[in-house]
Design a protein around this ligand. Structure first.
Ligand code: SAH
Ligand code: SF4
Length: 419
């Protein structure tokens, strides 16, 4: 339907925000986030001869991503001279943690500070959320300060796009989580480390198993920051480092069609698509990017996603909005739309925020919808809201660049606790 319009009509109401700032590297940049060849080049700048660079880069890679070193002085198999030369030009800095909140359900949220472009100006803040469950620990990672897009049900969408995160700032979120959880092999382990292997919980004594899954579902649209997200995820998945399997890394997109094939080809991680509607008229409202890449094109890109099989399905996210997209005829349309695509459906109860124009669908309706989808042969877990008391649930990640008033925060908290 939308495709029949001429391009100017088709794009009416679609806003693609331009970044307000760009990243400016500090005088002593961090080595975190550099791919191996770039790390070897960095070593070249402090006088490591070309013939040794690969080996040295490998050593440092191991210190960074296997052992979680926070200072060059910990690198005992590197000469004192080289350590001093490195410390003179580089750091191992991660994003600075300015606050940590722990929810009653164990969810942890870290507020991270990122530098602004202009010295002296207020730094930016993004959030990173850790969700522990019996058999896994999922880290929800941000890709932008703010978001390029403006989905009408999403709190982040109301913000301006300040800037894209660098690969180092994205990998840095995983490093920070491991630092805070004591999840590097040589660090002291929190209490779960002593759970016996027979308990049904993973044996965490080996260390490094607290963060088992990564979801790019924090602030921002990852496919509008493709290169940095790709470079970061390849580091996170690297077997000789953090080593989180690509099957346990899920990138969620609102449907940036041209970068979907690239995600499969260049990253090879799992894909989640924020669908939320089954017809263009409604999706244009909810996800205005749909005006640029309508449902037909999005579905085509999904069908062609590299590596798609029944064992490696696409997750379709569907936020449940009362009276908007929650009817059984929409459940039926959803099944029709996904026909032939190896898919999972993830129903997300809407998380309200002050000023939002939607309400969460009634629980009974969510159950009916879920049952319909299940009977059609799809697993349809309803995503349990987590960390609501600390505003860590989907769509509630909002940086202090545009802070809520204390009153708004209280209202939001009250809503989250009671529904
Ligand atoms: N920009 C990406 C990833 C971040 S959003 C995307 O849109 O896919 C992660 C998920 O949370 C998306 O499915 C998004 O649609 C959903 N979401 C955003 N705001 C929400 C809200 N208020 N309630 C429930 N889910 C929301
Ligand atoms: Fe951006 Fe995703 Fe929110 Fe849409 S739902 S505004 S793409 S973060």
């Amino acid at each position: 339907m939308t495709t029949a319009l001429d391009p100017s009509q088709r794009l009416a109401g679609f806003v693609e925000k331009a970044p307000l700032e760009r990243y400016v590297a500090p005088e002593r940049p961090s080595l975190i986030g550099l791919a191996r060849p770039a790390l070897a080049d960095a070593l070249g700048t402090v006088g490591v001869p070309a013939s040794q660079r690969r080996m040295r880069a490998q050593q440092i890679w191991n210190w960074l991503y296997v052992r979680g070193a926070t200072g060059f002085d910990q690198m005992t198999n590197v000469s004192k001279e080289l350590r001093a030369a490195l410390a003179d030009k580089f750091t191992l800095a991660r994003p600075e943690v300015v606050a940590e909140q722990v929810s009653i359900d164990g969810t942890r949220k870290w507020l991270l500070r990122l530098p602004s472009e202009h010295p002296g100006e207020r730094p930016h803040e993004v959030e990173c959320v850790y969700i522990p469950e019996a058999d896994r620990g999922t880290l929800c990672v941000s890709s932008q300060v703010g978001c390029t897009l403006n989905c009408s049900f999403c709190h982040t969408g109301t913000q301006r796009l300040v800037r894209n995160l660098t690969a180092g700032e994205i990998v840095g979120q995983v490093m920070v989580a491991r630092d805070r959880l004591g999840a590097w092999p040589e660090h002291a382990q929190p209490e779960r480390a002593v759970v016996p292997p027979t308990s049904g919980l993973p044996d965490l004594r080996e260390g490094g198993r607290f963060v088992t899954n990564i979801v790019m579902m924090g602030m921002g649209e990852p496919l509008y920051n493709f290169e940095a997200v790709r470079d970061a995820l390849l580091i996170v998945a690297d077997n000789e480092g953090i080593g989180i399997s690509k099957r346990k890394i899920t990138l969620s997109t609102s449907g940036v069609v041209p970068n979907i094939a690239r995600t499969g080809a260049e990253i090879g991680c799992m894909l989640a698509v924020s669908l939320h509607a089954t017809n263009d008229a409604l999706r244009n409202e909810l996800v205005p990017l749909n005006r640029k890449y309508p449902i037909r094109e999005l579905m085509e890109a999904c069908r062609n996603y590299p590596g798609l099989t029944n064992a490696k399905r696409i997750t379709f996210e569907y936020v449940m909005l009362k009276g908007v997209n929650d009817s059984l005829s929409e459940a039926k349309a959803l099944i029709k739309l996904l026909h032939g695509i190896p898919a999972k459906i993830n129903l997300i109860p809407f998380n309200p925020w002050p000023g939002s124009r939607y309400e969460c669908a009634d629980w009974e309706q969510i159950e009916k919808f879920s049952e319909y989808v299940f009977n059609a042969g799809y697993s349809s877990p309803v995503r349990t809201p987590r960390g609501r008391d600390i505003l860590a649930a989907c769509g509630q990640l909002k940086s202090a660049t545009e802070k809520l008033s204390a009153r708004e925060r209280m209202a939001l908290r009250a809503m989250a606790m009671t529904d």
